[in-house]
Write a new protein. Structure first.
Ligand SMILES: Cc1ncc(COP(=O)(O)O)c(C=O)c1O
Length: 455
């Protein structure tokens, strides 16, 4: 079986539908040799894989308990946004301790809406991290604002707060931290910088459902928090998203924007039937909300299990030479571990490259991928800079792509992108023995690293 490094999207697409390991990662049925010698030999060199049992499936769906509400909605014929969406919004807000929630079509539109409502637009700079999914940056660019990349802390994988202030200019309007991989960014530090410089804060919590710092959920620190309920996410609906905030005026405006600019809440006067702001439509449906309510019931225990298993797995692998484990920022009381990350120091790992490691770990029956590539140097930026919108609002120097790339260098992130290994969240829904299997596979690869590197 041909093995390869999957991009995150390929990885999700290819594993979400079924029992990931068995079909994709191991060729288990053909690993027929037994005996001690084969068990010791790395699977990538023809030995027996450590792991042949399937991993937990994702997404989870329990027809008996999950389907009645969905069927009720389908049979009602009321499919556009109504009471079930409102119920989901109330429950998601309550789960986070937020005053308000607005359900959207997806996390991308939640982010676009947040920046739009805060009037972050052409001529403004938004500070963000290069270690994220493209949607974070698209939301900035689609509003006509300029992303300014702040390097990451390689241990936490998050935006490095100590590097933010150096990037602030008189055009900076907002900070867009991303709780990437479901590990919280350092919100107390980020908020204190934002307050000092009078900046707006939009949290991209699209991967960080229920993660918290000192008991406060991420997504509730800034002016807005944005979530995604896409298929791979810890709260999967297929597609879906949400914005949360405690600010009624902002949320009323967000509601209006997501509903063609129709007046809502405090925006209602004697203007019914009129359109009060420029809007779009990114409303979610009643049946999506019904799926979300089913998923929400199990999110809390699943999140605690992922956190416990992640910390246990980390304890089992952190002393292996060449393994660089994640570090949670101060005060994290719960992380959601949408992905379990660690880095490989190739030199200390017997010269085995990260990509060779990925192939070897996949062969041992452990699903894994290499994660993001640096977003601060890619061609989509050039596309934005050559648009008439950007040319109208930014100087020639600001739109000089090579100079932009130079200004936005993030060497720590480059290293992170080269060294990181991700395990998908669903493996963390397994047992302690499952975590032991992963640790055993990594130790086995370490023991044979030189041999695999030279093969
Ligand atoms: C960090 C991050 N931001 C934004 C998004 C966009 O969410 P969606 O796919 O729901 O539009 C995602 C989802 O993939 C994400 O991982």
């Amino acid at each position: 079986m041909r093995r390869r490094n999957w991009t995150r999207r390929q990885f999700v697409r290819n594993t979400a539908a079924g029992v990931a390991g068995a079909s994709l990662f191991g060729g288990f049925a053909t690993a027929s040799a037994s005996g001690k010698e084969d068990a010791a030999k790395p699977a990538v060199l023809g030995g027996k894989p450590v792991r042949t049992k399937p991993w937990p499936r994702w997404p989870r769906w329990y027809p008996k308990t999950d389907e009645p509400r969905v069927l009720e909605v389908l049979r009602s014929g009321v499919w556009s946004r109504k009471s079930v969406v409102e119920e989901f919004e109330r429950k998601w807000a309550a789960a986070l301790g937020a005053k308000r929630c607005l359900a959207t079509t997806n996390g991308t539109h939640a982010l676009i809406t947040a920046l739009r409502v805060l009037d972050v637009g052409p001529g403004d700079e938004v500070l963000t991290t290069p270690y994220t999914f493209i949607a974070t940056i698209d939301a900035i660019l689609l509003n006509g604002a300029m992303p300014v990349f702040v390097d990451v802390d390689p241990e936490t994988f998050q935006i490095d707060p100590s590097k933010i202030e150096a990037k602030i200019t008189d055009r900076t309007r907002a900070i867009l931290p991303v709780h990437i991989l479901g590990l919280p960014a350092d919100m107390p530090k980020i908020l204190s910088i934002a307050r000092k410089h009078n900046l707006k804060v939009v949290e991209d919590a699209c991967q960080a459902h229920l993660a918290e710092i000192r008991g406060k959920k991420v997504g509730t620190f800034g002016d807005f928090g944005a979530f995604s309920f896409q298929n791979s996410k810890n709260l999967p609906i297929g597609e879906g998203g949400a914005l949360v905030s405690d600010d009624d005026a902002l949320m009323d405006r967000a509601f209006s924007f997501h509903n063609f600019g129709r007046p809502y809440g405090t925006m209602v006067g004697d203007v019914s039937g009129q359109y009060v702001i420029v809007g779009t439509k990114c409303r979610t449906t009643e049946y999506q909300a019904a799926i979300g309510l089913a998923q929400l019931r199990r999110l809390e225990p699943e999140t605690r299990l992922r956190h416990q298993n992640a910390e246990y797995l980390k304890s089992q692998i952190q002393d292996i030479p060449g393994i660089l484990p994640y570090r949670l920022v101060d005060g994290v009381t719960l992380a959601s571990f949408h992905l379990f990350p660690f880095r490989i120091d190739s030199k200390a790992f017997g010269g085995l490259s990260r990509d060779q490691f990925l192939k070897a770990l996949q062969a041992e029956g452990v699903p894994c991928s290499g994660g993001y590539r640096p977003l601060n140097t890619m061609p989509y930026l050039k596309d934005a800079f050559t648009s008439r919108l950007f040319q109208a609002f930014y100087s020639k120097d600001e739109l000089d792509f090579d100079a932009y790339v130079e200004r936005n260098r993030c060497p720590a992130n480059d290293r992170v992108c080269d060294e990181t290994v991700w395990l998908p969240q669903y493996v963390l829904l397994g047992t302690r023995q499952d975590m032991d299997d992963i640790a055993r596979a990594i130790r086995k690869i370490r023991e044979h690293a030189e041999e695999i590197a030279q093969a």
